[in-house]
Design a protein around this ligand. Structure first.
Ligand SMILES: Cc1ncc(C[n+]2csc(CCOP(=O)(O)OP(=O)(O)O)c2C)c(N)n1
Ligand SMILES: [Mg+2]
Length: 373
């Protein structure tokens, strides 16, 4: 019987700026210009400082919990910048480790602090900013991205949707439903999977039996790429090309961005309990900020004094953002109850009053309140 091949595929891997800051000039053609690299380096530095301050806010009791983005700035920087430049009307549908992509597309920086301070106003996105609130339920939001892309296609708009999610999220059924939906209906969606090697304490090596996460998209018939996620050039290029395919051919794209979570999973975690320090050390050497700075220095575009100026600016920007987030009146616990039901039943009234007293020991009946039978 003659042998037939039903299907073959390959996944391209893209790295343009290596970990020593050396640029592949040929691959870099048509990507980022010098002033854009400087801009993104500045933004990554500010974002890193924001991350450090957010961590301290949590440690000093001024914020609930926070997932650091540290080490993963380049993927969202390149992707977010490609969206801003080439499809500014796009929908961004995030998880929680791509702050910079959101900032680059108009999300006021205090919003993310407010979110993690437990203030719902952090999820109130200003009109005209096409960003969905951060999604904590893992892997649920790619479906929303597919839906938004479908709506855009239906209305004849050239608007893409890009969704960010982690390696762990690919084990969720919803992600696969979104991929299938996008592929079957030919939707302009970009699936940006940040493989940071860990899903809390589960290493990506046992998250899946596949050799790559990129190939997840192959089963859904879409172009798939794996990139060095600590390289702003690669991230920018792969998303720029994906936008073109999405707009011109209504093709979804799956991108696996290889990176590393340098911090703990969140401020509630201690990654030292499950990670080898040597692994972390190796990734410190691949830090996206260090390599971008090395590149700029190699072209005489950066100096120690510019670095100092930038650090002062980062401090100034983030200080102002913290002031803004902490400067508004705190939400009351009533908010938890006020927007779900038109009328509260007795049990909920009791809970609402109990919370107001800030004392579990004070029973509302003692305050003469009517409770349910
Ligand atoms: C539906 C759902 N299940 C479980 C969790 C608990 N949880 C929070 S983060 C996380 C791991 C996510 O890993 P990954 O998708 O790789 O993203 P990363 O945190 O590494 O950026 C889990 C299981 C959740 N938030 N939502
Ligand atoms: Mg992960």
């Amino acid at each position: 019987m003659p042998k037939k091949t039903a299907y073959t595929a390959k996944i391209e891997y893209l790295q343009i700026l290596d970990e020593n800051g050396k640029l592949d000039e040929r691959l870099a053609r048509g990507t980022l210009k010098d002033d854009e690299v400087i801009f993104l380096y500045e933004q990554m530095t500010i974002s890193r400082h924001y991350d450090e301050i957010a961590f301290k806010l949590q440690r000093s009791g001024r914020m609930g919990t926070y997932p650091q983005n540290k080490g993963q700035e380049a993927g969202p920087a390149g992707a977010g910048y490609a969206i801003r430049q080439h499809n500014p009307e796009a929908w961004l549908v995030p998880c929680y480790r791509e702050n910079l992509a959101l900032f680059l597309n108009g999300l006021p920086m205090e919003k993310i602090l407010l979110h993690w301070m437990g203030d719902e106003r952090g999820n109130q996105i200003p009109d005209g900013v096409n960003i969905l609130p951060i999604s904590i339920p893992i892997g649920t939001h790619p479906l929303h991205a597919a839906g938004l892309a479908w709506a855009g296609k239906y209305r004849g708009e050239d608007r893409v949707a890009i969704t960010f999610f982690g390696d762990g999220a690919t084990s969720e059924g919803d992600v696969h439903e979104a991929l299938n939906f996008a592929s079957a209906l030919k939707l302009p969606v970009i699936f940006f999977c940040q493989n940071n090697r860990w899903a809390i304490s589960v290493p990506s090596s046992i998250q899946t039996g596949s050799e790559t996460f990129a190939q997840k998209g192959l089963a859904y018939g879409m172009p798939c790429f794996q990139i060095d996620g600590n390289d702003i050039f690669a991230s920018y290029k792969v998303v720029k090309d994906a936008i073109n395919r999405a707009v011109k051919e209504n093709q979804p794209t799956f991108i696996e961005s290889l990176t590393y979570r340098l911090g703990d999973h969140t401020t509630a975690d201690d990654a030292r309990r499950y990670r080898d320090p040597e692994e972390v050390e190796a990734w410190v050497g691949r830090d996206p900020l260090i390599r971008t700075r090395k590149y700029l220095e190699s072209k005489d575009l950066w100096s120690e004094s510019k670095q100092k100026e930038l650090e002062a600016k980062a401090k100034e920007v983030v200080d102002a953002v913290v002031k803004k987030a902490e400067g508004i009146d705190k939400p009351t616990t009533d908010d938890i109850f006020d927007y779900t039901f038109a009328e509260l039943n007795g049990q909920l009234i009791e809970q609402k009053q109990t919370l107001r007293t800030s004392s579990l020991g004070t029973h509302p009946q003692q305050e003469g309140l009517q409770t349910h039978a």
